[in-house]
Design a protein around this ligand. Structure first.
Ligand SMILES: Nc1ncnc2c1ncn2[C@@H]1O[C@H](COP(=O)(O)OP(=O)(O)OP(=O)(O)O)[C@@H](O)[C@H]1O
Ligand SMILES: [Mg+2]
Length: 488
């Protein structure tokens, strides 16, 4: 076999890579990842609102020397398989270039380290003209002309990233910067959320300023505002620690307008329940249960924080934009079994607030729950028949059982029952039909329940004695006595 080198054709590949799927917010976040990795404490984003020509991002990180800058500008500057320091937010060696080029046609980086300043530039039009991977190396004269460079030159070290020819970021702008400003507002919301843990603290580890206005952190867990934090759980995966913690937001009636907005708005409260996955404290994906659970009304106040280290990137299908990740099977299995207990606080708040009305002394299988959204019926997980089943379920099966029960609760055919009832075709229970089949079924059910307490005789006795107090046994008083005698 002979071999032939087939390098990509630069203009075409660069043009195609623009479509990798970044929006402005994800692109700016990618630059900030780099600043954080460079130990920056302050990131300033600047643009001229009246003039949509350039946007700059300046940090006070350690900066780069000439060689480091050249490496940084190369596409694929690092091998994705390299082991990275724990606090490194990068992975692919692409972000600086691909994020920038998704928004503009010219990327200039000027950086200062040890009192020296260097600058380089990628310009898609230049690459097209040259038909090759040709980047510009800036002379001191060129550097002086870079927009916003004076801010960098006042600092001892740091990096300035400038986007010009904003064909995407300012697309549709009439030249007054109004569209650019609107897009940057959305960028601000995104940064407030994805970097909220860096932006929180006194003093915060990081300050991000947008034209001199600091970006305020947006904590989706309302941790300082009355949310209930569950215990910290730890999962070990390939020797690496993944931390989980569930938060239950306060009930919506106890939240102020501002807090509701912060939690994603009224619709967002429900939509944004789920996992919030952080990679080195930076939010990657949020508001999803990874298809492990339904977005179900009762857990809408639950948000589960998941902290993963970058050493597990290979398992999480992390994408280049750092805006998607999916947990591996080992973690999914653990989440599936852990979360039902973790979301319990959210369910309790709702049930507590709802008024539960049964039929007096007898405990029904179905509970009637009345709250501000109306009335609904649910299988009562605390009902003895259900509770003993859950008790005897093995760990892995509990969430399956709960899922089935929830499905049953959610699909109660209310309309059909209502119609049939109105036409006297249902609910006319004859005086307890205590035929043999019913008797055999009830006795078997009782036996099954009691076996959950095989090793706890006192509780077994109590359950047997109270058999007549809950459905379905309560409907057959004459049978209960027989069953009690036989099983005692
Ligand atoms: N603001 C900055 N300050 C200092 N060094 C930087 C800065 N931005 C980029 N670099 C250097 O440039 C390199 C390339 O950055 P780039 O974002 O393209 O890739 P990455 O961060 O390594 O990985 P990823 O593609 O996952 O973001 C970085 O590894 C870093 O060494
Ligand atoms: Mg990067």
């Amino acid at each position: 076999m002979k071999y032939k080198s087939l390098p990509p054709f630069a203009p075409v590949l660069l043009e195609s890579m623009r479509a990798i799927g970044y929006d402005a917010a994800a692109a700016v976040a990618d630059l900030i990842d780099n600043s954080i990795t460079a130990k920056a404490t302050r990131v300033r984003i600047r643009f001229d609102p009246g003039l949509p020509r350039a946007m700059a991002l300046l940090d006070d990180g350690h900066g780069m020397d000439e060689e480091e800058l050249a490496r940084a500008m190369r596409h694929g500057s690092r091998n994705p398989n390299d082991v990275r320091p724990e606090d490194d937010l990068g992975r692919f060696g692409l972000g600086l270039k691909t994020a920038s080029m998704s928004q503009c046609r010219r990327l200039t980086v000027v950086t200062r380290k040890d009192g020296r300043t260097h600058g380089m530039m990628w310009d898609l039009d230049l690459v097209e003209r040259e038909g090759d991977w040709v980047a510009g190396v800036l002379d001191p004269g060129d550097i002086e002309l870079v927009p916003f460079v004076s801010y960098l030159l006042e600092q001892a070290h740091g990096t300035l990233v400038v986007w010009e020819k904003l064909d995407r970021l300012a697309a549709g702008d009439a030249g007054d910067g109004s569209i650019l400003s609107e897009r940057i507002r959305r960028v601000e919301e995104h940064l407030a959320l994805v970097f909220h843990r860096h932006l929180t603290g006194r003093p915060p580890r990081l300050v991000i300023e947008l034209n001199d206005y600091p970006v305020e952190p947006l904590d989706p867990f309302l941790e300082d505002e009355g949310a209930m934090a569950g215990p910290k759980e730890r999962i070990l995966v390939e020797g690496q620690r993944v931390f989980l913690r569930a938060f239950t937001l306060p009930h919506i009636s106890r939240l102020t307008r501002a807090q509701i907005e912060k939690a994603g708005g009224e619709a967002g409260l429900r939509r944004q329940q789920g996992f919030y996955v952080y990679r080195n404290q930076r939010l990657i994906v949020w508001g999803t249960w990874f298809r492990l659970f339904r977005q179900e009304e009762l857990t809408k106040l639950t948000r589960v924080r998941v902290d993963v280290p970058n050493a597990l990137d290979h398992l999480w299908s992390l994408d280049i934009k750092k805006s998607a990740a999916f947990p591996p099977a080992v973690i999914r299995d653990r989440l599936r079994s852990l979360v039902p207990t973790m979301v319990r606080p959210s369910r309790t708040i709702h049930e507590y607030r709802g008024r539960v009305t049964g039929t007096g002394r007898v405990q029904p299988v179905w509970t009637r729950i009345e709250d501000r959204d109306g009335v609904r019926y649910e299988v009562d997980l605390n009902h003895p028949v259900v509770a003993t089943l859950r008790l005897s379920a093995e760990d892995g099966h509990l969430s399956e059982i709960d899922n089935v029960l929830r499905a049953i609760s959610a699909s109660l055919p209310v309309e059909a029952i209502y119609n049939d009832r109105a036409n006297d075709r249902v609910g006319l229970r004859k005086e307890a039909d205590d035929g043999e089949a019913v008797a055999a079924h009830l006795e078997e059910l009782a036996r099954q329940m009691l076996s959950a307490f095989a090793d706890r005789p006192a509780e077994r006795e109590r359950l047997l004695a109270g058999l007549g107090n809950f459905e379905p046994f309560a409907l057959y008083p004459s049978l209960v006595e027989q069953i009690q005698k036989r099983l005692s």
